[in-house]
Structure formats: structure tokens, C-alpha cells
Design a protein around this ligand. Structure first.
Ligand SMILES: *[C@@H]1O[C@H](CO)[C@@H](O)[C@H](O)[C@H]1NC(C)=O
Length: 211
């Protein structure tokens, strides 16, 4: 290799290596643009310890609702420090008889730890195999990215879990809300679900859908 080419290649390599140094963190500037790779970074001079601290998971969520359950998120929108770090968390409170209905997180795998009570949790693979178990305090379960899953209170007392996600923005889509809580015409809902008209109308009424 001619020395001049070697020199140019070496310089190029040096340039690539020095520019690939990643920042330690990128605390979200929530007023900035949200891109698929996250929010823009807050200026480092404005970053404080509190950007890396979230105090919301110690408080029980309000379970006085249809599903008798509450999700308290510590996603990037609530916890800007997780921006760009491939991680986030949430707290689940499920009252007796409560359920986190069948749902997916399109962008994240979930890791759940039961901290109180009993939760029957499960997921359905793309091969439609079912994996579910009754989890007691201290037990954990994984829900692989994008797969449909659920959590049901398995006892007579309020159950609590802390969950973590492999994304600062896991996303959340609850299947029954997607089907019955909007204005997708009943005839189409019936066609795409094989449910009859009476059942679709009943579920639309229950969940707030129209059409
Ligand atoms: C919980 O939510 C219900 C229904 O929205 C509301 O009536 C109630 O005041 C809330 N309770 C607390 C403690 O915030």
C-alpha cells in the first residue's frame, strides 16, 4: 500500500473512532422534537441529579375504574432521564377482581416483579402458544417484546408489581380498547373479530366506542 494511502486511511480511522464516542446520557428535552430514537438532549449544564430520580412508583395508583387497575408509568414522558438508555419502568396496582386487559408494548420487552399479593399473568406467542402462571410476591415474569399479554389479580387483596421495559417509550395498546373504544364501524369490527352484532354493541357501550 502506498504510504500516502496508508496515511489517509489511518486518519480516516482516527476520525471515525473519535467521533463515535457516545455521550454518557441524553436527558430528554421534552419541549424538543420526538424522533424514533428519542427526544433531543437537554443541555448538559441544565442537567441535575433529579433528572435521574423518579419518585412516583411508591404511591398506589387509583384503581377506581372499569378495570380496577392502575398503571403508573415512568416512561420518558414522566422520567426524562431514561431517554436514549433503552429502559423505563412502571407500577401496577390491581385491586381484587381487577385486570390489566390483553395488551401489547410494541417497542419493549417487559420484566415484572410482584411486590405484593398474587397476579395471574401470561402472554401469547405468535405461534399462539400460551404461557401463563400465578405469581406470588417476589416472583417475576418476562413478556417478550410486542406479544399480547395480561395481568389479572389472583387473590382477594390488592396486588402490586413493579415492571421494567427495554425502551424509554414502550408504547401501550390494549386490544379491547383498540377494538371497542373508538368509531370503527360495528360491521367491520364484527367482520374482523367473528363476534356477533349484539356482543360488539355491548362492548362498544361498555368501553365508550361509537358506530
Ligand atoms: C379515584 O378515581 C375516581 C374515579 O375517577 C375518583 O372519583 C376518586 O376521587 C379518585 N380517588 C382518589 C383518591 O384520587
Amino acid at each position: 500500500m502506498p504510504p500516502v494511502i496508508f496515511l489517509l486511511l489511518s486518519l480516516l480511522l482516527l476520525l471515525l473512532l473519535s467521533s463515535s464516542h457516545a455521550a454518557d446520557f441524553c436527558v430528554a428535552d421534552l419541549t424538543g422534537r420526538l424522533t424514533p430514537s428519542g427526544y433531543e438532549c437537554k443541555k448538559e449544564a441544565a442537567v441535575t441529579t433529579n433528572d435521574f430520580v423518579f419518585t412516583g412508583l411508591g404511591k398506589a395508583g387509583n384503581t377506581s375504574n372499569l378495570i380496577k387497575a392502575a398503571v403508573t408509568p415512568a416512561f420518558v414522558a414522566q422520567f426524562p432521564g431514561v431517554n436514549g438508555l433503552g429502559i423505563s419502568a412502571a407500577r401496577l396496582d390491581i385491586a381484587p377482581g381487577g385486570v390489566v386487559p390483553l395488551h401489547t408494548h410494541p417497542a419493549a420487552t417487559e420484566f415484572l416483579v410482584v411486590t405484593q399479593g398474587t397476579i395471574c399473568a401470561g402472554f401469547i406467542s405468535t405461534a399462539n402458544n400460551v404461557y401463563y402462571k400465578s405469581l406470588n410476591t417476589g416472583d417475576s415474569m418476562l413478556f417478550p417484546q410486542g406479544l399480547l399479554h395480561f395481568q389479572v389479580n389472583g387473590g382477594g387483596t390488592t396486588a402490586v408489581a413493579i415492571v421494567s421495559f427495554s425502551s424509554p417509550s414502550p408504547g401501550l395498546q390494549i386490544t379491547s380498547f383498540a377494538l371497542f373504544a373508538n368509531n370503527l364501524p360495528s360491521a367491520l369490527v364484527e367482520k374482523v373479530t367473528f363476534l356477533d352484532d349484539a356482543e360488539v354493541k355491548k362492548l362498544k357501550k361498555l368501553l365508550g366506542g361509537t358506530g
